[in-house]
Design a binder for this molecule. Sequence first.
Ligand code: G4P
Ligand code: NA
Ligand code: NA
Length: 194
Amino acid sequence: MKELERAIEERGSVLADGVLKVDQFLNHQIDTSLMINIGKEFVKRFQDCKITRVLTIESSGIAPSFMAANELDVPLVFARKKQSLTMTDDVYTSSVYSFTKQETNKITVSKNFISPGDHVLIIDDFLATGHAAIGLTEIVKQAGATVAGVGIVIEKSFQGGREKLEEKGFRVESLARIQSLKNSKVTFLEETLI
Ligand code: G4P
Ligand code: NA
Ligand code: NA
């Protein structure tokens, strides 16, 4: 997605450890008009999938998912990283290892918000090693629902997350695919530039 690649190039910065900082439009300050276009692009790519629900994980997955869910006219559910005091319902849970934080966190979704008949589109802001996305697919599986696909705003293609998801049979659509962040330079995979 050209507009997103331009935002990454012009408003993103590469941190020394292979991390892309996009606080300017995605992870802290949010560019709402870019989010609207991101939502529309996800809808375009998954329009054949009969999606009944969008699932993401708090916090940075919510903005791009919101726009997609709104366009699809389906509910948006976000997995929680911390157990909420008011969340007394039965829950689906999955353990997600964070490679940047080097810790395992439990993510939870109330059983009220995913049902066996659902076709769930999973969306997240970043795909790195893929643990978060796989955790979300496990929650969908526990619900007896179907994963319609995985939509990612920014894929770091050098960290293996896509391969893990595709091995499990999931379709992955990433709006920007980054081949390398070496020498503080963002290089996109060529096919995303076509
Ligand atoms: P993984 O799930 O794909 O394996 O990635 P990882 O454990 O590294 O993810 C930890 C957090 O860091 C996630 O957000 C993920 O979206 C984010 N992340 C991973 N790589 C990058 C990167 O290069 N740049 C930025 N900005 N974020 C990255 P989170 O901790 O859950 O935070 P949030 O959703 O509350 O913002
Ligand atoms: Na994040
Ligand atoms: Na995230």
